[in-house]
Design a protein around this ligand. Structure first.
Ligand code: MG
Length: 280
Protein backbone atom coordinates (compact mmCIF):
# COMPACT_ATOMS: atom_id res chain seq x y z
CA UNK A 1 0.00 0.00 0.00
CA UNK A 2 1.16 3.58 -0.73
CA UNK A 3 2.28 5.73 2.20
CA UNK A 4 -0.60 7.48 3.99
CA UNK A 5 -3.54 6.33 1.87
CA UNK A 6 -6.49 8.55 2.69
CA UNK A 7 -9.37 6.89 4.48
CA UNK A 8 -12.77 7.68 5.89
CA UNK A 9 -14.73 6.30 8.83
CA UNK A 10 -17.85 4.55 7.52
CA UNK A 11 -21.00 2.92 8.84
CA UNK A 12 -23.47 0.46 7.39
CA UNK A 13 -26.32 0.51 9.90
CA UNK A 14 -24.74 1.56 13.21
CA UNK A 15 -22.32 4.28 14.31
CA UNK A 16 -21.60 7.83 13.17
CA UNK A 17 -19.62 7.15 9.99
CA UNK A 18 -20.55 8.02 6.43
CA UNK A 19 -22.03 5.60 3.91
CA UNK A 20 -19.70 3.67 1.67
CA UNK A 21 -20.93 5.71 -1.31
CA UNK A 22 -19.34 8.83 0.18
CA UNK A 23 -15.92 7.15 0.24
CA UNK A 24 -16.47 6.13 -3.36
CA UNK A 25 -17.64 9.59 -4.52
CA UNK A 26 -14.65 11.25 -2.87
CA UNK A 27 -12.31 8.70 -4.44
CA UNK A 28 -10.98 7.60 -1.06
CA UNK A 29 -9.10 4.26 -1.26
CA UNK A 30 -9.45 2.99 2.34
CA UNK A 31 -12.10 2.83 5.04
CA UNK A 32 -12.51 1.95 8.65
CA UNK A 33 -15.91 0.43 9.40
CA UNK A 34 -18.10 0.77 12.47
CA UNK A 35 -19.31 -2.76 13.22
CA UNK A 36 -22.81 -3.32 11.85
CA UNK A 37 -25.68 -4.09 14.21
CA UNK A 38 -25.63 -7.54 15.80
CA UNK A 39 -28.50 -8.90 13.67
CA UNK A 40 -26.72 -8.01 10.42
CA UNK A 41 -23.30 -9.48 11.28
CA UNK A 42 -23.82 -12.56 9.11
CA UNK A 43 -21.60 -14.45 6.70
CA UNK A 44 -23.92 -13.47 3.84
CA UNK A 45 -23.70 -9.76 4.65
CA UNK A 46 -19.93 -10.04 5.04
CA UNK A 47 -19.68 -11.56 1.56
CA UNK A 48 -21.91 -8.84 0.07
CA UNK A 49 -19.90 -6.11 1.77
CA UNK A 50 -16.61 -7.56 0.54
CA UNK A 51 -17.96 -7.71 -2.99
CA UNK A 52 -19.09 -4.07 -2.79
CA UNK A 53 -15.77 -2.70 -1.56
CA UNK A 54 -13.91 -4.87 -4.03
CA UNK A 55 -16.03 -3.45 -6.87
CA UNK A 56 -15.29 0.07 -5.62
CA UNK A 57 -11.55 -0.60 -5.22
CA UNK A 58 -11.72 0.19 -1.51
CA UNK A 59 -9.61 -1.53 1.19
CA UNK A 60 -11.00 -2.11 4.69
CA UNK A 61 -8.31 -1.30 7.29
CA UNK A 62 -10.11 -1.67 10.64
CA UNK A 63 -13.44 -2.67 12.19
CA UNK A 64 -14.54 -0.57 15.19
CA UNK A 65 -16.68 -2.01 17.94
CA UNK A 66 -19.45 0.03 19.51
CA UNK A 67 -22.23 -0.95 21.86
CA UNK A 68 -25.87 -0.18 22.45
CA UNK A 69 -26.32 2.05 25.46
CA UNK A 70 -23.13 4.05 24.89
CA UNK A 71 -23.64 7.79 25.06
CA UNK A 72 -21.19 10.60 24.34
CA UNK A 73 -23.67 13.23 25.57
CA UNK A 74 -21.16 14.69 28.04
CA UNK A 75 -17.96 13.56 29.75
CA UNK A 76 -19.59 12.14 32.95
CA UNK A 77 -21.99 10.12 30.75
CA UNK A 78 -19.06 8.71 28.74
CA UNK A 79 -17.53 7.60 32.03
CA UNK A 80 -20.70 5.71 32.94
CA UNK A 81 -21.69 4.26 29.58
CA UNK A 82 -18.76 3.75 27.18
CA UNK A 83 -16.70 0.67 26.47
CA UNK A 84 -15.70 -2.27 28.64
CA UNK A 85 -15.15 -0.27 31.84
CA UNK A 86 -18.75 0.00 33.20
CA UNK A 87 -19.19 -3.20 35.28
CA UNK A 88 -22.91 -3.85 34.61
CA UNK A 89 -22.50 -4.22 30.85
CA UNK A 90 -18.92 -5.52 30.75
CA UNK A 91 -19.49 -9.26 30.34
CA UNK A 92 -22.11 -8.87 27.61
CA UNK A 93 -20.04 -6.30 25.74
CA UNK A 94 -16.87 -8.38 25.99
CA UNK A 95 -18.82 -11.25 24.40
CA UNK A 96 -20.12 -8.93 21.72
CA UNK A 97 -16.65 -7.53 21.02
CA UNK A 98 -15.45 -11.08 20.41
CA UNK A 99 -18.32 -11.54 17.96
CA UNK A 100 -17.24 -8.33 16.24
CA UNK A 101 -13.70 -9.70 16.04
CA UNK A 102 -15.13 -12.86 14.43
CA UNK A 103 -17.16 -10.75 11.99
CA UNK A 104 -14.03 -8.73 11.12
CA UNK A 105 -12.34 -12.03 10.38
CA UNK A 106 -15.13 -12.87 7.93
CA UNK A 107 -14.26 -9.54 6.30
CA UNK A 108 -10.59 -10.54 6.14
CA UNK A 109 -9.68 -7.64 8.43
CA UNK A 110 -6.76 -8.03 10.84
CA UNK A 111 -7.47 -4.95 12.96
CA UNK A 112 -10.32 -4.39 15.39
CA UNK A 113 -10.60 -1.28 17.50
CA UNK A 114 -12.69 0.32 20.20
CA UNK A 115 -13.10 2.98 22.86
CA UNK A 116 -12.27 0.93 25.93
CA UNK A 117 -13.81 3.58 28.21
CA UNK A 118 -12.21 5.60 30.99
CA UNK A 119 -9.44 3.38 32.38
CA UNK A 120 -9.13 4.03 36.15
CA UNK A 121 -6.09 6.19 36.96
CA UNK A 122 -5.40 4.31 40.18
CA UNK A 123 -3.49 1.25 38.96
CA UNK A 124 -3.97 -0.34 42.40
CA UNK A 125 -7.77 -0.14 42.21
CA UNK A 126 -9.76 -3.39 41.76
CA UNK A 127 -11.49 -1.82 38.74
CA UNK A 128 -8.10 -1.35 37.05
CA UNK A 129 -7.36 -5.07 37.47
CA UNK A 130 -10.81 -5.95 36.10
CA UNK A 131 -10.27 -3.81 33.00
CA UNK A 132 -6.85 -5.44 32.49
CA UNK A 133 -8.44 -8.89 32.75
CA UNK A 134 -11.22 -8.24 30.24
CA UNK A 135 -8.75 -6.63 27.81
CA UNK A 136 -6.34 -9.57 28.02
CA UNK A 137 -9.19 -12.00 27.41
CA UNK A 138 -10.32 -10.02 24.37
CA UNK A 139 -6.75 -9.77 23.04
CA UNK A 140 -6.32 -13.53 23.32
CA UNK A 141 -9.50 -13.99 21.30
CA UNK A 142 -8.28 -11.50 18.66
CA UNK A 143 -4.96 -13.35 18.53
CA UNK A 144 -6.77 -16.54 17.53
CA UNK A 145 -8.27 -14.52 14.66
CA UNK A 146 -4.78 -13.17 13.76
CA UNK A 147 -5.87 -9.69 14.71
CA UNK A 148 -4.46 -6.70 16.52
CA UNK A 149 -6.64 -4.56 18.77
CA UNK A 150 -6.30 -0.77 18.60
CA UNK A 151 -7.41 1.42 21.48
CA UNK A 152 -8.90 4.75 20.45
CA UNK A 153 -7.25 7.63 22.30
CA UNK A 154 -8.91 10.46 24.11
CA UNK A 155 -10.05 9.28 27.48
CA UNK A 156 -6.49 8.79 28.83
CA UNK A 157 -3.33 10.83 28.91
CA UNK A 158 -0.45 9.40 26.85
CA UNK A 159 1.22 8.25 30.09
CA UNK A 160 -1.95 6.56 31.33
CA UNK A 161 -2.38 4.73 28.06
CA UNK A 162 1.27 3.59 27.94
CA UNK A 163 1.07 2.34 31.52
CA UNK A 164 -2.07 0.37 30.70
CA UNK A 165 -0.66 -1.16 27.50
CA UNK A 166 2.47 -2.18 29.36
CA UNK A 167 0.43 -3.75 32.18
CA UNK A 168 -1.70 -5.73 29.70
CA UNK A 169 1.39 -7.67 28.57
CA UNK A 170 0.16 -8.75 25.16
CA UNK A 171 1.85 -8.21 21.80
CA UNK A 172 -1.29 -7.44 19.78
CA UNK A 173 -2.42 -4.26 21.56
CA UNK A 174 -1.80 -0.93 19.80
CA UNK A 175 -3.24 2.57 19.50
CA UNK A 176 -5.64 4.27 17.11
CA UNK A 177 -4.53 7.85 17.67
CA UNK A 178 -7.24 10.51 17.50
CA UNK A 179 -5.68 13.97 18.05
CA UNK A 180 -9.02 15.75 18.34
CA UNK A 181 -10.15 13.49 21.18
CA UNK A 182 -7.14 14.57 23.26
CA UNK A 183 -8.42 18.14 22.88
CA UNK A 184 -12.14 17.39 23.22
CA UNK A 185 -11.61 15.40 26.44
CA UNK A 186 -8.88 17.76 27.66
CA UNK A 187 -6.42 14.88 28.20
CA UNK A 188 -3.32 16.53 26.78
CA UNK A 189 -1.56 18.26 23.87
CA UNK A 190 -2.06 15.86 20.95
CA UNK A 191 1.33 16.36 19.30
CA UNK A 192 3.21 15.70 22.55
CA UNK A 193 1.02 12.65 23.18
CA UNK A 194 1.68 11.34 19.67
CA UNK A 195 5.44 11.66 20.20
CA UNK A 196 5.19 9.76 23.49
CA UNK A 197 3.03 6.93 22.12
CA UNK A 198 5.29 6.75 19.06
CA UNK A 199 5.54 3.37 17.36
CA UNK A 200 2.56 1.93 19.26
CA UNK A 201 0.39 4.09 16.97
CA UNK A 202 -0.82 1.66 14.30
CA UNK A 203 -3.80 3.63 12.97
CA UNK A 204 -4.98 7.23 13.18
CA UNK A 205 -7.98 9.46 12.86
CA UNK A 206 -7.77 12.80 11.12
CA UNK A 207 -10.20 14.86 13.13
CA UNK A 208 -9.99 18.38 14.56
CA UNK A 209 -11.35 20.15 17.60
CA UNK A 210 -11.19 23.15 19.87
CA UNK A 211 -10.49 23.12 23.61
CA UNK A 212 -13.22 23.50 26.18
CA UNK A 213 -12.94 26.43 28.59
CA UNK A 214 -13.17 23.75 31.32
CA UNK A 215 -10.94 20.98 29.89
CA UNK A 216 -11.76 17.52 31.22
CA UNK A 217 -15.10 18.67 32.60
CA UNK A 218 -17.00 19.78 29.52
CA UNK A 219 -16.52 18.96 25.85
CA UNK A 220 -14.53 21.00 23.44
CA UNK A 221 -16.06 21.26 19.96
CA UNK A 222 -15.38 19.00 17.02
CA UNK A 223 -14.79 21.16 13.90
CA UNK A 224 -13.90 20.60 10.22
CA UNK A 225 -10.35 19.37 9.63
CA UNK A 226 -7.91 22.28 9.64
CA UNK A 227 -10.20 24.62 11.60
CA UNK A 228 -9.29 23.39 15.08
CA UNK A 229 -6.36 23.32 17.48
CA UNK A 230 -4.61 20.15 16.24
CA UNK A 231 -2.51 21.80 13.53
CA UNK A 232 -2.72 19.37 10.61
CA UNK A 233 0.67 20.11 9.07
CA UNK A 234 2.40 19.59 12.41
CA UNK A 235 0.30 16.45 12.94
CA UNK A 236 1.44 14.91 9.66
CA UNK A 237 5.06 15.97 10.22
CA UNK A 238 4.93 14.26 13.63
CA UNK A 239 3.39 11.10 12.13
CA UNK A 240 6.26 11.14 9.65
CA UNK A 241 8.80 11.57 12.46
CA UNK A 242 7.47 8.56 14.40
CA UNK A 243 7.57 6.46 11.22
CA UNK A 244 3.81 6.10 10.72
CA UNK A 245 2.96 5.22 7.11
CA UNK A 246 -0.57 3.76 7.49
CA UNK A 247 -3.94 5.18 6.46
CA UNK A 248 -5.06 8.72 7.31
CA UNK A 249 -8.67 8.04 8.23
CA UNK A 250 -10.92 11.09 8.28
CA UNK A 251 -13.61 11.21 10.91
CA UNK A 252 -16.34 13.86 11.05
CA UNK A 253 -18.93 13.03 13.66
CA UNK A 254 -21.95 15.01 12.54
CA UNK A 255 -24.09 12.16 11.24
CA UNK A 256 -27.20 14.25 12.01
CA UNK A 257 -26.27 16.47 9.04
CA UNK A 258 -25.11 14.13 6.25
CA UNK A 259 -24.80 16.86 3.62
CA UNK A 260 -22.48 18.95 5.75
CA UNK A 261 -20.64 15.82 6.89
CA UNK A 262 -19.91 14.91 3.29
CA UNK A 263 -18.87 18.45 2.36
CA UNK A 264 -16.52 18.70 5.35
CA UNK A 265 -14.98 15.31 4.54
CA UNK A 266 -14.49 16.45 0.95
CA UNK A 267 -12.55 19.48 2.21
CA UNK A 268 -10.55 17.28 4.55
CA UNK A 269 -9.57 15.03 1.64
CA UNK A 270 -8.35 18.07 -0.29
CA UNK A 271 -6.37 19.35 2.70
CA UNK A 272 -4.74 15.96 3.32
CA UNK A 273 -3.83 15.56 -0.36
CA UNK A 274 -2.12 18.96 -0.30
CA UNK A 275 -0.23 18.14 2.89
CA UNK A 276 0.79 14.72 1.58
CA UNK A 277 2.27 16.41 -1.49
CA UNK A 278 4.16 18.83 0.73
CA UNK A 279 5.34 16.40 3.42
CA UNK A 280 4.77 12.79 2.38
MG1 MG B 1 -11.85 8.92 16.56
Amino acid sequence: MEKWPIGVFTSVDAGLGVKLEVAHELNVPTIQLHAPAQSTRTQENANQFLKRIDDLGITLTAVFGGFEGESYADIPTVLETVGLVPPETRAARAREMKEISDFARLLGCDVVALHLGFIPHDTGAPLYREVLDVTQDLLDHCKQNNQDLHLETGQESAEGLLQFISDVERDNLFVNFDPANMILYGTGEPIEALQKIGNLVHSVHCKDGTWSDQPGETWGSEVPLGDGAVGMENYLRTLDAIGYTGPLTIEREIAEDPERQKADIGQAVTLLRELKKKIG
